[in-house]
Design a binder for this molecule. Sequence first.
Ligand code: PGA
Length: 246
Amino acid sequence: MIIVANWKAYVEDVEKAKKLFAVAKRLATTSKIRIVLAPSAAQLGLLAKGNTSKVAFAVQDVSATLGGAHTGENTAAAAASLGVTYAIVGHSERRAAGDTDAVVAQKLQHALAQGLIPILCVGEAERDAASQYLSFVRTQITSALEPLEPKDRIRVIIAYEPLWAIGKTSEEAIAAHDLAEMALYIRKVLAELLPGKEGKTTVLYGGSVEPENIRDLAGGSQVDGFLIGHASVDPHTFALLVKALA
Ligand code: PGA
């Protein structure tokens, strides 16, 4: 199991970032869970460089541009040179800020070219009775993976994050049986892109994962781990999340 702590822009104080890292390091030594931290770009520079602990790092986004005259951009190469392992790509909060499927596909390719493991976020805004949300998620996955060679497709982690479940409470998160159904559907889509290897792809869930529901979601579905936002930025709650899976 893998837990990716998406700090978003919640952690603005450097001392808080250091404390969360210290807690994660301690948890990583005593648990079998793979812990990945995704701090802001500024904190990533501070925490990831020279990291020799069991904790791995993710960048929250990579630029659609390559290096050069692009003020304010954080390129995949810049993250890779810090020793970062993963890159979150296509998070709904980046899509809301303008990332189209085409931009997401480009970012994915930049991340892969730098040896980063992309965590591709997909998910519908709402569920409809006619199940159109399924084809929406299918398009998000295929538009990102189709341009890639099979050897790269297999490296992409899929994070299913329905928008309607993000930033709420565990009571409003997805039910375990609905997640199981969606995980199955995602693997069916992956089977078309990676025949026979769909079981090898890592599939995560994100959206209001809290200590109250993490165990239920893990046990009742086929996901390999979680992408956790608000519940990952409080040291005590984060420890509860990791221990619930241990
Ligand atoms: P949340 O966010 O855990 O606060 O719902 C998850 C995410 O957006 O990655």
